[in-house]
Ligand binder design. Structure first.
Ligand code: GDP
Ligand code: PGA
Ligand code: MN
Ligand code: MN
Length: 588
């Protein structure tokens, strides 16, 4: 890493090196222009990388069908390569850097023969923000270039910033031969380097996103005193015009994009509440001079889950998708419109693999089918997404898919308790990563697949923000996914989640007293606004009840989980767990 300098020498040297290794037919430096994007699209329509969609209903929108074995992140093939295994931690797969380079460079040898190599300078975050960071991705996939154009500030302005700063994250990507046996996503945090081969899927191939903005950035953040998190950022404006910003960490496919684009239910809308979208997946937060945490969304677009996105659940997302979108692995209707389960209208005739739709083959759209679209197209896009200093956070929310035990909402006692609540997060696995779906696992801060270093050190870093002079956000935990005995969701979710955000804001303002329990503060009877809500009172009681016996078991399981990190686990966190355990015992 160079800390100063004003030339692109290091970059051109690296590009030459990569070209010598991978042997592309041609090297193209991307400028990020409209003409370049149009040219790439035209090229991909010819090669079959993209398929046209109905140009009347979906102007300039296209479908990409990936290889059927390449539809999600691959956590077992994702490695963090630090000199010491312990620094990557039990939460990561690890390989010694020299071995890792040797292994993956052998796969890159000649990998781009017959292909074009694209050089993509990009900036994560507003182009003029001191919090933003630049990178360069080299790839042989035009699909990756088109997606990076939507997801990041890509091209000439990023290159100019790199030239000024002389430092950037190096990301090398090739789709290789798409053989899962020759697929790896490797991170070298000490070298600010990423190498990814054998997959074209977003999380594995759009290196600015998970690889840079989370795994590499979390490592940098630890050393530089900030946080790189798997969080949405949403702005909530009350009828008086005050804006509150909330960041929320939910695991992949657990509701971040939906909460970020929430449309308040009618009662709130009529009263004058508004919701603004700052980010839907990644949040970089830095302590400001005022002691508050200030957050930016390093991304410029959404790479969202298609299934379940409908006019009744997320009308904002549908409006965002009206034009200039790329759809990956969705189904198609007879008149060429994209289709997925939960869209609510239309009939699929072609499934995500391009076969005539037959329910016997499973869902028409892949459960992890995605859309890529510019954030600015969202009707609730917050103009302050471009603010160089970011937005100040009033609250941080953790949550996951918990079919039982975990209440709709509770608030942590203080920061240290909140860190425990985040560390203890559990959630059912989803189709966003390959492997079994619906298995409960610990996913601390929703960062299990994304933290670029040992979780024990990560929790210590989180705890370190609790120091004099800080005005830290309040920490909450939510669960939209409680199920009844018949397996139905007990809470209507989506727009109705506004009621929970409203309670949080009243807590922040000291306007809701809450009901203290051993696990934290839940809404006191009558505090949650239930006007017009179609949930039986008994269900609401159940959703806000704390099952002491169940939580005693949960805290024991959390203890076992934390102990798995051995000596490195901060004493402060272990003490916090013990405190909650004892409070539960006393309540029994
Ligand atoms: P993300 O991957 O974390 O951004 O999650 P999304 O917002 O894309 O949602 C993933 C899936 O969960 C989609 O199928 C949504 O329809 C569903 N979902 C999101 N929010 C809710 C909610 O409040 N309740 C329920 N039951 N499902 C939700
Ligand atoms: P998600 O983003 O969190 O919106 O699902 C992609 C991912 O995490 O793989
Ligand atoms: Mn994500
Ligand atoms: Mn999302």
């Amino acid at each position: 890493m160079q800390s100063h300098g004003s030339s692109l020498e290091a970059l051109t040297r690296w590009v030459d090196e990569v070209a010598r290794l991978t042997q592309p037919d041609e090297v193209v430096w991307c400028d990020g222009s409209d003409a370049e994007y149009a040219g790439l699209v035209a090229h991909m329509l010819k090669t079959g990388d993209l398929h046209p969609l109905n140009a009347t209903t979906h102007p300039r929108s296209y479908l990409h069908r990936s290889h059927p074995s390449d539809v999600a992140r691959v956590e077992h093939l994702t490695l963090v390569c630090t000199a010491e295994r312990e620094d990557a931690g039990p939460n990561n797969h690890w390989m010694a850097p020299a071995d890792a380079h040797a292994k993956i460079d052998a796969l890159f040898d000649g990998a781009m023969r017959g292909r074009t190599m694209y050089v993509i300078p990009y900036c994560m975050g507003p182009i003029d923000s001191p919090i933003s960071r630049c990178g360069v991705e080299i790839t042989d996939s035009p699909y990756v270039v088109a997606n990076m154009r939507i997801m990041t500030r890509m091209g000439a302005p990023a290159l100019a910033r790199i030239e000024r700063e002389g430092r950037f994250v190096k990301g090398l990507h090739s789709i290789g031969d798409l053989d899962p046996e020759r697929r790896f996503i490797m991170h070298f945090p000490d070298e600010l380097t990423i190498k990814s081969i054998g997959s074209g899927y977003g999380g594995n191939a759009l290196l600015g996103k998970k690889c840079h903005a989370l795994r590499i950035a979390s490592h940098q953040a630890r050393h530089e005193g900030w946080l790189a998190e798997h969080m949405l950022i949403v702005g909530i404006e009350n009828p008086q015009g005050d804006k509150y910003y909330i960041a929320a960490a939910f695991p992949s496919a657990c509701g971040k994009t939906n909460l970020a684009m929430l449309i308040p239910t009618e009662g709130y809308r009529r009263a004058g509440w508004k919701v603004w979208t700052v980010g839907d997946d990644i949040c970089w937060m830095t302590p400001g001079a005022d002691g508050r945490l200030w957050a930016i969304n390093p991304e410029a677009g959404y790479f969202g889950v298609a299934p379940g996105t409908g006019a009744d659940t997320n009308p904002s997302a549908l409006a965002t998708l009206g034009h200039d979108a790329i759809f990956t692995n969705v189904a198609v209707t007879a008149d060429g419109q994209p289709w997925w389960e939960g869209l609510g209208e239309g009939t699929p005739v072609t499934d995500w693999q391009g076969r005539p739709y037959d329910p016997a083959n499973g869902p028409a759209a892949h459960p992890n089918s995605r859309f890529t679209v510019s954030a600015r197209q969202c009707p609730s896009w917050a103009p302050e997404s471009e603010d160089a200093q970011g937005v100040p956070l009033s609250a941080i929310v953790f949550g996951g898919r918990r079919p039982s035990l975990v209440p709709l909402v509770f608030e942590a006692k203080d920061w240290a308790h909140g860190v425990l609540v985040g560390a203890a997060m559990g959630s059912e696995t989803t189709a966003a990563a390959t492997g079994a779906v619906g298995v409960l696992r610990r996913d601390s801060m929703a960062m299990k697949p994304f933290c670029g270093y040992n979780f024990a050190d990560y929790f210590a870093h989180w705890l370190s923000f609790d120091r004099p002079g800080m005005k830290l956000p309040r920490i909450f935990h939510v669960n939209w996914f409680r199920k009844d005995a018949d397996g139905r969701f007990m809470w209507p979710g989506y727009g109705e989640n506004m009621r929970v955000l409203d309670w949080m804001i009243r807590r922040v303002e000291g306007l809701a007293r809450g009901h203290e329990t051993p696990i934290g503060t839940v809404p006191a009877p009558g505090e949650l606004n239930v006007e017009g809500l179609d949930v039986p009172p008994a269900t609401l009681d159940e959703l806000t009840r704390v099952d002491v016996d169940g939580w005693i078991d949960e805290l024991n399981a959390i203890g076992t989980y934390l102990d798995g990190y051995g000596e490195r686990m901060p004493e402060r966190l272990k003490a916090e767990r013990l405190r909650v355990s004892r409070a539960l015992d006393a309540a029994q």
